[in-house]
Every structure is written in structure tokens, then in C-alpha cells.
Design a binder for this molecule. Structure first.
Ligand SMILES: [Zn+2]
Length: 173
């Protein structure tokens, strides 16, 4: 489209108004696309963090399940020989990633002799999760049933039960 045919006296004012309107529109478009980019970046970031948190929880759960199986499988053996508490074998099997992340109840053997519900081990530090409460995996031994259980506790639940389970986390002091 070319210039309009006859726009009399106020033509410069009109073209000025048009120019500033075009400028405004352009600015608005730039702001809008900047906001879109920002929005997409934030969403991607949130998804990445949620995914990372979820993967950390998931791989921890898999290690804990391996430990749980080993504990349960070797339970009778341990009852026959109290020196053979299988958690050391678990630590040897799973290596540094286990040792760096897991807190053992070092008084387990002693407490398991009389307590009905004893903590075996737990995540030493809580798993933080975006928009969801942080928590830990905890392995609990049910004495009466000779059964080990893997459970997830939010930090509130853990704080309430840790002492009773014998899982003293030094950071709580
Ligand atoms: Zn963990």
C-alpha cells in the first residue's frame, strides 16, 4: 500500500501519530516476546529441577530397596551370628554413593534386641523437592514380625520419630 492520496493540513501530525503507534506496537511486541522467552525459561527451569529432584529420590529408593532385600534375605543368618549384620555388606556392595548419603543407626543391634520398631538407616540429609515437602527414606525393622520396611517420611514425620527409631541426625541438635 502506498501513501494515502489527499490527507491535507494535519498530514505531518497524522504520520507522526502513525509512527509513534507503530513504535508502540513494536515495543509491545518486543516486550511480549521477551516475556514469552522468560516464561518458557522459567517453566523449563522448574521442570529441570523437578526432574532432578525426582531422579535423586528414585535412585535413592532403588538403593534402599536393594538394602532392604539384602537385610531381609540375610536376616536369619544375622540372628544366628550377631556379628554379621548385613548393612556392612550393603555398604560394601553399593559403595561411596551409599556411604555418603545414608546414616546408619549404629546402635541398631543393641536396640533391636528389645525395641519393637527400630530404625536401621535413613537418608542422612533430606531430599528437597520443589513445591512438595522434603523427606527421607527410612528403613525400619519390626522386631516382633522379623520384617524390614522401607518408608518415606516428610521432614515433620521424621523429626517426630527419629529419636524413637534411634536415627539421631547430628544436624538436628
Ligand atoms: Zn535418600
Amino acid at each position: 500500500m502506498t501513501t494515502e492520496p489527499h490527507v491535507p493540513e494535519s498530514s505531518t501530525a497524522t504520520s507522526g501519530a502513525i509512527a509513534s503507534r507503530v513504535m508502540m506496537q513494536r515495543r509491545r511486541r518486543v516486550v511480549r516476546s521477551a516475556l514469552t522467552v522468560l516464561g518458557v525459561t522459567v517453566v523449563m527451569l522448574v521442570l529441570t529441577i523437578m526432574n532432578r529432584d525426582q531422579q535423586a529420590v528414585e535412585s535413592c529408593r532403588q538403593r534402599m530397596e536393594t538394602a532392604l532385600e539384602t537385610l531381609q534375605q540375610q536376616h536369619q543368618e544375622w540372628l544366628r551370628d550377631p556379628q554379621k549384620f548385613p548393612l556392612r555388606a550393603v555398604a560394601a556392595q553399593l559403595g561411596d554413593v551409599w556411604r555418603e548419603h545414608v546414616l546408619d543407626n549404629w546402635r541398631f543391634s543393641e536396640q533391636a534386641a528389645f525395641a519393637r520398631r527400630v530404625g536401621v538407616c535413613c537418608c542422612e540429609r533430606p531430599h528437597s523437592r520443589l513445591f512438595r515437602p522434603a523427606g527421607r527414606h527410612v528403613i525400619i525393622f519390626h522386631g516382633g514380625e522379623h520384617r524390614y520396611e522401607l518408608t518415606w517420611m516428610n521432614e515433620g514425620e521424621f523429626a517426630e520419630q527419629a529419636e524413637q527409631l534411634g536415627l539421631q541426625v547430628t544436624a538436628r541438635r
